[in-house]
Design a protein around this ligand. Structure first.
Ligand code: HAM
Length: 435
């Protein structure tokens, strides 16, 4: 027997049965983000490696350890995108969007790639839905973005998710914080991992984001960036909090949160779920302001803020909720005898052309086996088509939930009208009723 080839570790197939949850989440995102004025952006899955090195940062785990980087046939270094902010900024600059639309709002969704240690909620190909707003430096823009995430999680029916908020300051106050942090880290050098010895010199903030437990313990006691914010950064942070409160968005200030990407200035945030199903992969979304990124990638001086949510994690939480998103057929058509198979097939086709969800067993088979399939399909109605129905042009739709039968003419318009009327009746019946 030939050897079986299996999928790549950390990269999952999404099959019917589960994909409906994904479609539900993606549909909600499209509708909701559109309501806030965000238009959809699609960028390639592959970019010049330098884009991520210069934006996400060389010392981050994402760039330093987790990127899928390869040479193409012309010797260019390319990487599968590990996130969506840098590609969006690249597109924003490349298409000179700032000249056309000074306040630009984009959202995106799609797969991202990071060579991470795999576990529940942490994959090597995972999916993000995110949004970026360019052109406003105002706290209102930060809050609009966080409000959008909060409404999104709410609309999904997800609870027990806490918004964690922090400010990382800007180029005016960050150096003072770095100095304080390095002084503290020097005093605890013996407790830090090898990587962090290097990070202390090159990018001390990254020590606060190290996954090593000992480093995390040191980081937890370290100085808070909030103590050294300059006046403008402090005013910005205060106003963000005031506006969140005005919109009834609850949050906690978490002065140790630095996020795993280098491009942030001022506001950073994470939405953290407490559901045990996610284990330590509990951050369902994160983001922040990055006022220097567009310029540093060769664009004009445009402030920006955005977020991304991990779709895999949202889907895991929705699975836990036990809600069903699978759409069952409206109608299952069975042929009572082989002579009726063609007519049943033709009717199924015509009904599908006109918008009904119809299941039909193209293999034929006994009526018993077809009815078994009808039961399994969860179809709302079944119609058995035999010689009598073919000659009279009349048939009976059986409502599977209660066994009631409904006489109908067998032309597509009449069948559709009967199905829709009965389903509307069921939908409007009081809960626990017999209709
Ligand atoms: P991030 O925190 O690296 O931020 O990722 C955002 C979200 O993607 C995480 O909160 C998590 O839910 C999900 N995620 C990350 N890695 C994985 C993984 N390996 N498996 C499953 N889910 C994962 C960013 O990517 C920024 N670009 C967000 C942003 C947008 N900041 C400003 N604008």
């Amino acid at each position: 027997m030939s050897q079986k080839i299996v999928g790549v570790k950390g990269m999952n197939d999404l099959l019917p049965g589960e994909i409906e949850i994904w479609q539900h989440v993606e549909g909600l995102a499209r509708e909701l983000f559109g309501r806030y004025g965000y238009g959809e952006l699609r960028t390639p899955m592959v970019e010049d490696t330098a884009l991520f090195v210069r934006s996400v940062g060389e010392e981050t785990d994402i760039v330093g350890k987790e990127m899928y980087t390869f040479e193409d046939k012309a010797g260019r270094s390319l990487s599968l995108r590990p996130e969506g902010t840098a590609p969006a900024a690249r597109a924003f600059i490349e298409h000179a969007i700032a000249n056309q639309e000074p306040l630009t709002r984009w959202f995106y969704m799609g797969p991202m790639f990071r060579y991470e240690r795999m576990k529940t909620g942490r994959y090597r190909q995972f999916y993000q839905v995110g949004a970026e707003a360019y052109g406003s430096k105002e706290p209102a823009q930060d809050v609009e973005v966080m409000d959008m995430v909060a409404r999104f999680l709410d609309a999904l029916g997800l609870q027990d998710i806490t918004l964690n908020l922090n400010s990382l300051g800007d180029e005016a106050c960050r150096p003072a914080y770095h100095a304080k942090l390095v002084e503290y880290l020097q005093a605890h050098k013996a407790e830090l991992c090898e990587d962090c010895h290097r990070r202390m010199e090159t990018n001390p903030l990254r020590v606060l984001d190290c996954k090593n437990e000992k480093c995390q313990a040191v980081a937890a006691q370290g100085p808070s960036v909030l103590d050294v914010l300059c006046e403008p950064c402090k005013a910005h942070f205060d106003e963000v909090q005031r506006k969140l409160t005005a919109l009834d968005i609850r949050f906690v200030v978490n002065p140790r949160m630095v996020r795993g990407l280098d491009y942030y200035t001022r506001t950073v945030f994470e939405f953290i779920a407490s559901h045990p199903a996610l284990g330590t992969a509990s951050t369902v979304g994160g983001g922040g302001r990055y006022d220097k990124l567009v310029k540093s990638l060769g664009g004009t001086d445009v402030p920006a803020v955005g977020f991304a949510c991990g779709l895999d994690r949202l889907v895991l939480l929705l699975k836990e909720s036990g809600r069903s998103f699978v759409q069952v057929p409206d109608l299952f058509i069975a042929a009572a005898d082989p002579g009726s198979h063609d007519a049943a097939f033709a009717l199924a086709g015509r009904l599908r052309h006109q918008g009904l969800r119809v299941d039909f067993d193209t293999r034929g088979g006994s009526l018993k086996s077809q009815m078994k399939r009808a039961d399994k399909s969860g179809a709302h109605f079944t119609l058995v088509l035999g010689e009598l129905e073919r000659t009279s042009g009349q048939g009976k739709l059986k409502q599977m939930s209660n066994g009631q039968q409904w006489e109908t003419a067998l032309d597509p318009a009449s069948v559709i009208a009967t199905v829709r009327a009965r389903r509307a009746e069921v939908a409007s019946a009081p809960q626990g009723g017999t209709a």
